[in-house]
Design a protein. Structure first.
Length: 277
């Protein structure tokens, strides 16, 4: 089947939810189905295992389709790769990424697959690490359902890439918030400076503010009122105190629409926001 005519399935995969959207392909893509399926996280197994089973339970009539999966930041570990003029080849970039991750996570990286954004010796890149067993499970599931696994992308990178052209500022604070997790990135003059990926244990707003203050200290240069781009579709009422030193700029979804498979509030499930990782 020509790729031009494959139906598309886009998925957001998180520990306790799967959002699946299907599009028919032709001269114009048309959304034909959307499913949000909640699940309970099994004890004693990796957090992603129940999520993959939940996805498979909802992946029906998928033969011949093309599958794109956005992974919750719960399943991803990030590291920035600062510019290095002497690093040029793909092998050197991969070794650099592995070195940076090993500094933080030690031998745990031996069980992860690494993916590096487009490398530039002047601006650097970021690296995302995903459990290798998770990738194997997704590949095996795709084979069982006879669909093509086109792309597996981390949530932070997906959101940044989707709205990148609309994010401005020489120093850019950028936060993606989902159920149970905050991910904050800082870019300085287009260079990835740091990425913080942490659990939400209590209040999303309180923990966002504390994390921003800590990251600003590490960055070493904070304005009296600093701006932060925030994408938090599962927390539509999220605000910060008016005198806290931070001002939220919502991601400009009026200019570039939210991708349909991104998570949103599930009615009658407000308690989901308190799930620990």
């Amino acid at each position: 089947m020509s790729r031009l005519w494959r139906d598309q399935i886009q998925v957001f995969l998180a520990p306790e939810r799967v959002d699946l959207v299907r599009f028919s392909r032709g001269f114009k893509s048309v959304q034909t189905a959307k499913v949000t399926a909640l699940c309970q996280r099994a004890q004693g197994v990796p957090a992603w295992q129940s999520a993959v089973q939940n996805l498979e339970n909802n992946l029906t009539d998928a033969a011949g389709t093309e599958l794109t999966i956005t992974l919750s930041n719960h399943f991803v570990r990030y590291v920035t790769l600062p510019p290095q003029a002497e690093i040029a080849t793909p092998e050197e970039v991969k070794s650099y990424a592995a070195f940076r991750l090993r500094e933080i996570y030690a031998e745990r990286i031996d069980s992860w697959d690494l993916s590096v954004s487009e490398w530039n010796p002047v601006s650097g890149a970021i690296c995302a690490a995903v459990p290798r067993d998770l990738m194997k499970q997704l590949e095996a599931m795709s084979a069982r359902h006879q669909c093509k696994l086109k792309e597996v992308e981390p949530y932070l990178a997906s959101v940044h890439d989707h709205w990148r052209k609309l994010l401005s500022g020489s120093t850019l604070f950028f936060a993606v918030i989902e159920t149970g997790r905050i991910c904050i990135a800082i870019l300085s003059n287009g260079i990835w400076h740091s990425i913080r990926n942490q659990r939400i244990l209590h209040s999303a707003a309180d923990e966002l503010l504390a994390a921003l203050d800590q990251e600003a200290i590490f960055f070493g240069n904070k304005e009296a009122i600093e701006l932060v781009y925030v994408f938090a579709p599962e927390h539509p009422a999220l605000t910060l105190p008016s005198n806290c030193g931070w001002s939220i700029i919502p991601i400009p979804t009026d200019r570039i629409s939210v991708l349909p498979h991104y998570p949103s509030v599930v009615p009658d499930n407000a308690g989901m926001d308190q799930c620990p990782a």
